[in-house]
Write a protein that binds this ligand. Structure first.
Ligand SMILES: Nc1nc2c(ncn2[C@@H]2O[C@H](COP(=O)(O)OP(=O)(O)OP(=O)(O)O)[C@@H](O)[C@H]2O)c(=O)[nH]1
Ligand SMILES: [Mg+2]
Length: 329
Protein backbone atom coordinates (compact mmCIF):
# COMPACT_ATOMS: atom_id res chain seq x y z
CA UNK A 1 0.00 0.00 0.00
CA UNK A 2 1.18 3.50 -0.82
CA UNK A 3 2.52 5.60 2.02
CA UNK A 4 0.74 8.83 2.79
CA UNK A 5 3.62 10.97 1.51
CA UNK A 6 3.50 9.17 -1.84
CA UNK A 7 -0.26 9.66 -2.06
CA UNK A 8 0.19 13.36 -1.33
CA UNK A 9 2.95 13.68 -3.92
CA UNK A 10 0.84 11.96 -6.59
CA UNK A 11 -2.21 14.06 -5.75
CA UNK A 12 -0.13 17.21 -6.11
CA UNK A 13 0.77 16.19 -9.64
CA UNK A 14 -2.93 15.85 -10.47
CA UNK A 15 -3.62 12.15 -9.81
CA UNK A 16 -7.39 11.97 -9.29
CA UNK A 17 -7.45 8.64 -7.44
CA UNK A 18 -4.93 9.92 -4.90
CA UNK A 19 -6.80 13.21 -4.53
CA UNK A 20 -9.92 11.21 -3.85
CA UNK A 21 -8.10 9.07 -1.25
CA UNK A 22 -6.98 12.19 0.59
CA UNK A 23 -10.50 13.60 0.65
CA UNK A 24 -11.83 10.31 2.02
CA UNK A 25 -9.25 10.32 4.82
CA UNK A 26 -10.19 13.88 5.74
CA UNK A 27 -13.89 13.10 5.47
CA UNK A 28 -13.67 10.31 8.01
CA UNK A 29 -11.45 12.42 10.27
CA UNK A 30 -8.63 9.87 10.02
CA UNK A 31 -5.65 10.37 12.33
CA UNK A 32 -3.60 11.29 9.25
CA UNK A 33 -6.00 14.11 8.34
CA UNK A 34 -4.13 16.88 10.21
CA UNK A 35 -0.86 15.78 8.57
CA UNK A 36 -2.48 15.81 5.12
CA UNK A 37 -3.80 19.32 5.60
CA UNK A 38 -0.49 20.53 6.96
CA UNK A 39 1.32 19.26 3.90
CA UNK A 40 -1.23 20.52 1.37
CA UNK A 41 -2.28 23.87 2.76
CA UNK A 42 0.83 25.73 1.57
CA UNK A 43 -0.04 24.73 -2.01
CA UNK A 44 -3.60 26.04 -1.77
CA UNK A 45 -4.92 29.56 -2.23
CA UNK A 46 -4.74 29.76 -6.00
CA UNK A 47 -8.18 28.50 -6.97
CA UNK A 48 -11.35 30.56 -7.28
CA UNK A 49 -14.20 29.30 -5.05
CA UNK A 50 -17.83 29.48 -6.09
CA UNK A 51 -20.67 28.51 -3.73
CA UNK A 52 -24.01 27.50 -5.21
CA UNK A 53 -26.88 27.25 -2.81
CA UNK A 54 -30.66 27.11 -2.90
CA UNK A 55 -33.67 25.11 -1.84
CA UNK A 56 -33.87 21.36 -2.56
CA UNK A 57 -34.60 20.79 -6.23
CA UNK A 58 -34.01 24.41 -7.29
CA UNK A 59 -31.78 23.27 -10.14
CA UNK A 60 -28.36 23.67 -8.53
CA UNK A 61 -26.82 20.52 -10.01
CA UNK A 62 -28.32 21.21 -13.43
CA UNK A 63 -26.73 24.67 -13.31
CA UNK A 64 -23.40 23.35 -12.03
CA UNK A 65 -23.35 20.78 -14.81
CA UNK A 66 -23.67 23.51 -17.44
CA UNK A 67 -21.18 25.81 -15.74
CA UNK A 68 -18.56 23.08 -15.46
CA UNK A 69 -18.77 22.51 -19.21
CA UNK A 70 -18.29 26.22 -19.87
CA UNK A 71 -15.30 26.50 -17.56
CA UNK A 72 -13.75 23.36 -19.06
CA UNK A 73 -14.25 24.66 -22.59
CA UNK A 74 -12.34 27.75 -21.53
CA UNK A 75 -9.43 25.61 -20.44
CA UNK A 76 -10.10 25.64 -16.70
CA UNK A 77 -9.45 22.70 -14.45
CA UNK A 78 -12.62 22.36 -12.36
CA UNK A 79 -13.42 20.63 -9.07
CA UNK A 80 -16.98 20.17 -7.82
CA UNK A 81 -18.05 19.27 -4.31
CA UNK A 82 -21.73 18.55 -3.87
CA UNK A 83 -22.90 18.35 -0.28
CA UNK A 84 -25.91 16.11 0.03
CA UNK A 85 -28.38 16.73 2.80
CA UNK A 86 -28.00 14.29 5.67
CA UNK A 87 -31.54 14.11 6.87
CA UNK A 88 -33.43 11.11 5.58
CA UNK A 89 -36.46 13.38 5.53
CA UNK A 90 -35.21 15.85 2.93
CA UNK A 91 -32.86 13.36 1.25
CA UNK A 92 -35.60 10.83 0.67
CA UNK A 93 -37.93 13.38 -0.78
CA UNK A 94 -35.34 14.58 -3.25
CA UNK A 95 -33.66 11.50 -4.51
CA UNK A 96 -36.41 10.87 -7.06
CA UNK A 97 -35.48 13.39 -9.70
CA UNK A 98 -32.19 14.86 -8.71
CA UNK A 99 -29.60 15.64 -11.29
CA UNK A 100 -26.03 14.50 -11.09
CA UNK A 101 -23.19 16.20 -12.84
CA UNK A 102 -23.02 13.81 -15.74
CA UNK A 103 -20.29 14.99 -18.01
CA UNK A 104 -18.28 12.32 -19.76
CA UNK A 105 -14.97 12.03 -17.97
CA UNK A 106 -12.88 11.83 -21.12
CA UNK A 107 -14.50 14.90 -22.62
CA UNK A 108 -13.62 17.37 -19.88
CA UNK A 109 -11.00 17.58 -17.19
CA UNK A 110 -12.93 17.96 -13.99
CA UNK A 111 -13.21 16.34 -10.58
CA UNK A 112 -16.55 15.59 -8.98
CA UNK A 113 -17.07 14.63 -5.38
CA UNK A 114 -20.31 14.13 -3.53
CA UNK A 115 -20.27 14.38 0.26
CA UNK A 116 -23.10 13.31 2.45
CA UNK A 117 -23.32 15.54 5.48
CA UNK A 118 -24.45 12.47 7.44
CA UNK A 119 -21.14 10.66 6.86
CA UNK A 120 -18.85 13.50 7.70
CA UNK A 121 -17.04 13.04 11.00
CA UNK A 122 -15.27 16.35 11.46
CA UNK A 123 -18.23 18.67 10.90
CA UNK A 124 -19.72 19.68 7.58
CA UNK A 125 -18.19 23.09 7.39
CA UNK A 126 -14.65 22.02 8.28
CA UNK A 127 -14.59 18.92 6.10
CA UNK A 128 -16.00 20.65 3.03
CA UNK A 129 -13.44 23.42 3.35
CA UNK A 130 -10.65 20.89 3.72
CA UNK A 131 -11.82 18.92 0.69
CA UNK A 132 -11.96 22.12 -1.33
CA UNK A 133 -8.45 23.04 -0.21
CA UNK A 134 -7.17 19.63 -1.24
CA UNK A 135 -8.59 20.26 -4.73
CA UNK A 136 -7.10 23.74 -4.70
CA UNK A 137 -3.65 22.43 -3.75
CA UNK A 138 -3.92 19.70 -6.38
CA UNK A 139 -4.22 22.24 -9.16
CA UNK A 140 -7.89 23.02 -9.71
CA UNK A 141 -8.50 26.55 -11.03
CA UNK A 142 -12.18 26.69 -10.17
CA UNK A 143 -13.87 24.98 -7.24
CA UNK A 144 -17.65 24.84 -7.15
CA UNK A 145 -19.38 23.85 -3.93
CA UNK A 146 -23.06 22.93 -4.14
CA UNK A 147 -25.01 22.96 -0.90
CA UNK A 148 -28.69 22.86 -0.10
CA UNK A 149 -29.10 26.18 1.66
CA UNK A 150 -31.56 25.04 4.23
CA UNK A 151 -29.48 24.69 7.37
CA UNK A 152 -27.09 27.14 8.94
CA UNK A 153 -24.08 24.89 8.41
CA UNK A 154 -24.90 24.51 4.71
CA UNK A 155 -25.20 28.26 4.39
CA UNK A 156 -21.89 28.65 6.22
CA UNK A 157 -20.22 26.45 3.65
CA UNK A 158 -21.53 28.54 0.79
CA UNK A 159 -20.53 31.72 2.60
CA UNK A 160 -16.91 30.62 2.78
CA UNK A 161 -16.39 31.12 -0.95
CA UNK A 162 -15.40 33.98 -3.23
CA UNK A 163 -18.71 34.22 -5.05
CA UNK A 164 -22.01 32.99 -3.61
CA UNK A 165 -24.78 32.16 -6.06
CA UNK A 166 -28.26 31.76 -4.56
CA UNK A 167 -30.72 29.94 -6.80
CA UNK A 168 -34.41 30.67 -6.41
CA UNK A 169 -37.36 29.34 -8.39
CA UNK A 170 -40.94 30.45 -9.00
CA UNK A 171 -41.75 28.27 -5.99
CA UNK A 172 -39.38 30.15 -3.66
CA UNK A 173 -42.14 32.19 -2.05
CA UNK A 174 -42.16 35.92 -1.56
CA UNK A 175 -39.62 38.51 -0.50
CA UNK A 176 -40.33 38.04 3.19
CA UNK A 177 -39.28 34.40 3.02
CA UNK A 178 -36.10 35.28 1.17
CA UNK A 179 -35.32 37.89 3.78
CA UNK A 180 -36.02 35.45 6.62
CA UNK A 181 -33.72 32.82 5.18
CA UNK A 182 -30.85 35.32 5.37
CA UNK A 183 -30.20 35.05 1.63
CA UNK A 184 -29.96 38.76 0.95
CA UNK A 185 -26.79 39.04 3.05
CA UNK A 186 -25.01 36.05 1.55
CA UNK A 187 -25.81 36.30 -2.16
CA UNK A 188 -23.39 37.88 -4.61
CA UNK A 189 -25.52 36.71 -7.51
CA UNK A 190 -29.19 35.76 -7.51
CA UNK A 191 -30.46 33.28 -10.06
CA UNK A 192 -34.14 32.80 -10.70
CA UNK A 193 -34.17 29.36 -12.30
CA UNK A 194 -37.03 27.48 -13.97
CA UNK A 195 -38.05 30.60 -15.86
CA UNK A 196 -39.94 28.36 -18.23
CA UNK A 197 -42.50 28.05 -15.45
CA UNK A 198 -45.14 30.59 -14.46
CA UNK A 199 -44.33 32.88 -11.54
CA UNK A 200 -40.67 33.52 -12.41
CA UNK A 201 -41.33 37.17 -13.18
CA UNK A 202 -43.04 37.65 -9.81
CA UNK A 203 -40.16 36.33 -7.81
CA UNK A 204 -37.62 38.32 -9.86
CA UNK A 205 -39.73 41.43 -9.35
CA UNK A 206 -40.08 40.90 -5.58
CA UNK A 207 -36.36 40.36 -5.31
CA UNK A 208 -35.53 43.46 -7.34
CA UNK A 209 -37.84 45.51 -5.09
CA UNK A 210 -35.92 44.30 -2.03
CA UNK A 211 -32.48 44.95 -3.51
CA UNK A 212 -33.51 48.42 -4.69
CA UNK A 213 -34.19 49.38 -1.10
CA UNK A 214 -30.60 48.65 -0.07
CA UNK A 215 -27.84 51.21 -0.54
CA UNK A 216 -25.19 49.49 -2.66
CA UNK A 217 -23.17 52.58 -3.54
CA UNK A 218 -20.09 51.31 -1.74
CA UNK A 219 -20.51 47.65 -2.37
CA UNK A 220 -21.44 45.08 -4.96
CA UNK A 221 -25.09 44.95 -5.94
CA UNK A 222 -26.11 41.37 -6.65
CA UNK A 223 -27.50 40.99 -10.15
CA UNK A 224 -30.65 38.93 -10.70
CA UNK A 225 -30.12 36.46 -13.52
CA UNK A 226 -33.00 34.54 -15.04
CA UNK A 227 -32.26 31.02 -16.22
CA UNK A 228 -33.82 27.79 -17.36
CA UNK A 229 -30.89 25.57 -16.58
CA UNK A 230 -32.43 22.38 -17.94
CA UNK A 231 -33.05 24.17 -21.26
CA UNK A 232 -29.58 25.70 -21.10
CA UNK A 233 -31.00 29.21 -21.18
CA UNK A 234 -29.37 32.06 -19.31
CA UNK A 235 -26.50 30.00 -17.93
CA UNK A 236 -24.11 31.92 -20.18
CA UNK A 237 -25.29 35.14 -18.48
CA UNK A 238 -24.59 33.54 -15.13
CA UNK A 239 -21.13 32.57 -16.37
CA UNK A 240 -20.50 36.20 -17.34
CA UNK A 241 -21.88 37.38 -14.00
CA UNK A 242 -19.39 35.14 -12.20
CA UNK A 243 -16.59 36.70 -14.23
CA UNK A 244 -17.81 40.17 -13.41
CA UNK A 245 -17.95 39.50 -9.70
CA UNK A 246 -14.48 38.03 -9.84
CA UNK A 247 -13.17 41.13 -11.61
CA UNK A 248 -14.89 43.29 -8.99
CA UNK A 249 -13.16 41.37 -6.20
CA UNK A 250 -9.79 41.50 -7.90
CA UNK A 251 -9.97 45.27 -8.08
CA UNK A 252 -8.42 46.96 -4.99
CA UNK A 253 -7.54 43.55 -3.54
CA UNK A 254 -11.08 43.09 -2.23
CA UNK A 255 -10.67 39.35 -2.61
CA UNK A 256 -7.78 39.38 -0.17
CA UNK A 257 -9.89 41.18 2.41
CA UNK A 258 -12.84 38.86 1.87
CA UNK A 259 -10.68 35.77 2.31
CA UNK A 260 -8.97 37.27 5.33
CA UNK A 261 -12.35 37.86 7.00
CA UNK A 262 -13.36 34.27 6.33
CA UNK A 263 -10.07 32.85 7.57
CA UNK A 264 -10.25 35.00 10.70
CA UNK A 265 -13.65 33.48 11.54
CA UNK A 266 -12.41 30.00 10.76
CA UNK A 267 -9.31 30.42 12.89
CA UNK A 268 -11.37 31.74 15.79
CA UNK A 269 -13.75 28.79 15.59
CA UNK A 270 -10.83 26.37 15.52
CA UNK A 271 -9.22 28.04 18.51
CA UNK A 272 -12.47 27.71 20.43
CA UNK A 273 -12.72 24.03 19.58
CA UNK A 274 -9.08 23.30 20.44
CA UNK A 275 -9.30 25.32 23.61
CA UNK A 276 -12.33 23.45 24.89
CA UNK A 277 -10.91 20.08 23.83
CA UNK A 278 -7.62 20.68 25.63
CA UNK A 279 -9.16 21.87 28.87
CA UNK A 280 -11.82 19.19 28.93
CA UNK A 281 -9.38 16.37 28.34
CA UNK A 282 -7.26 17.70 31.22
CA UNK A 283 -10.28 17.84 33.50
CA UNK A 284 -11.76 14.48 32.51
CA UNK A 285 -8.44 12.73 33.01
CA UNK A 286 -7.87 14.35 36.40
CA UNK A 287 -8.67 12.94 39.86
CA UNK A 288 -11.20 15.65 40.66
CA UNK A 289 -13.56 14.40 37.99
CA UNK A 290 -13.69 10.86 39.40
CA UNK A 291 -14.23 12.16 42.91
CA UNK A 292 -16.96 14.54 41.79
CA UNK A 293 -18.68 11.73 39.91
CA UNK A 294 -18.78 9.62 43.08
CA UNK A 295 -20.10 12.55 45.07
CA UNK A 296 -22.87 13.28 42.62
CA UNK A 297 -23.84 9.60 42.37
CA UNK A 298 -24.01 9.38 46.15
CA UNK A 299 -26.11 12.56 46.24
CA UNK A 300 -23.57 14.43 48.33
CA UNK A 301 -23.53 17.28 45.83
CA UNK A 302 -25.64 18.23 42.80
CA UNK A 303 -24.11 18.14 39.28
CA UNK A 304 -24.13 21.89 38.74
CA UNK A 305 -22.25 22.75 41.92
CA UNK A 306 -19.89 19.85 41.36
CA UNK A 307 -19.08 21.17 37.87
CA UNK A 308 -18.45 24.63 39.28
CA UNK A 309 -16.08 23.24 41.89
CA UNK A 310 -14.12 21.28 39.32
CA UNK A 311 -13.67 24.26 37.02
CA UNK A 312 -12.69 26.54 39.92
CA UNK A 313 -10.22 23.95 41.17
CA UNK A 314 -8.78 23.52 37.67
CA UNK A 315 -8.31 27.26 37.26
CA UNK A 316 -6.53 27.61 40.59
CA UNK A 317 -4.26 24.60 40.09
CA UNK A 318 -0.57 25.04 40.90
CA UNK A 319 0.11 26.92 37.68
CA UNK A 320 -1.87 29.43 35.67
CA UNK A 321 -3.06 28.00 32.35
CA UNK A 322 -0.85 30.32 30.34
CA UNK A 323 2.28 29.12 32.16
CA UNK A 324 1.14 25.57 31.76
CA UNK A 325 0.76 25.83 28.03
CA UNK A 326 3.97 27.76 27.64
CA UNK A 327 5.75 24.81 29.20
CA UNK A 328 3.83 22.47 26.95
CA UNK A 329 2.42 20.38 29.81
N1 LIG B 1 -38.79 23.15 -15.62
C1 LIG B 1 -37.51 23.21 -15.27
N2 LIG B 1 -36.99 22.19 -14.54
C2 LIG B 1 -35.71 22.30 -14.18
C3 LIG B 1 -34.88 23.39 -14.53
N3 LIG B 1 -33.66 23.22 -14.01
C4 LIG B 1 -33.70 22.03 -13.36
N4 LIG B 1 -34.92 21.45 -13.47
C5 LIG B 1 -35.37 20.17 -12.94
O1 LIG B 1 -35.51 20.25 -11.53
C6 LIG B 1 -35.19 19.00 -10.93
C7 LIG B 1 -34.14 19.21 -9.85
O2 LIG B 1 -32.95 19.65 -10.47
P1 LIG B 1 -31.52 19.53 -9.75
O3 LIG B 1 -30.54 20.18 -10.66
O4 LIG B 1 -31.28 18.15 -9.31
O5 LIG B 1 -31.77 20.45 -8.49
P2 LIG B 1 -30.85 20.60 -7.20
O6 LIG B 1 -31.10 21.96 -6.70
O7 LIG B 1 -29.46 20.20 -7.49
O8 LIG B 1 -31.51 19.53 -6.23
P3 LIG B 1 -30.92 18.90 -4.87
O9 LIG B 1 -29.45 18.76 -5.02
O10 LIG B 1 -31.63 17.61 -4.79
O11 LIG B 1 -31.31 19.89 -3.81
C8 LIG B 1 -34.71 18.10 -12.06
O12 LIG B 1 -35.78 17.29 -12.45
C9 LIG B 1 -34.34 19.07 -13.15
O13 LIG B 1 -34.45 18.52 -14.43
C10 LIG B 1 -35.48 24.45 -15.30
O14 LIG B 1 -34.86 25.45 -15.66
N5 LIG B 1 -36.78 24.30 -15.63
MG1 LIG C 1 -28.14 18.80 -6.53
Amino acid sequence: MKKIDDIIASALTGDKACTSRLISLVERDDEQAPYIMRQLYPFSGKAYYIGITGAPGAGKSTTVDKLVKMFCKNGKNVGVIAVDPSSPFSGGALLGDRVRVNIKKTEYNYFFRSMSSGNIMGGLSRTTKEAARILDACGKDIIIIETVGVGQSELDVAKATDTVVVILTPESGDGVQIMKAGLIEVADIFVVNKCDRPGAENIAHALKGMLDRIDYRLSWKPPIIKTSASLNKGVDTLYEGLGEHRRYLNCDKKIKQRRQRQIREELKRNIETEFIKTILSDIYNGNDFGKALDNVCEHRIDPQNAARQIVTAWLSKDMQPSEKWAKGV
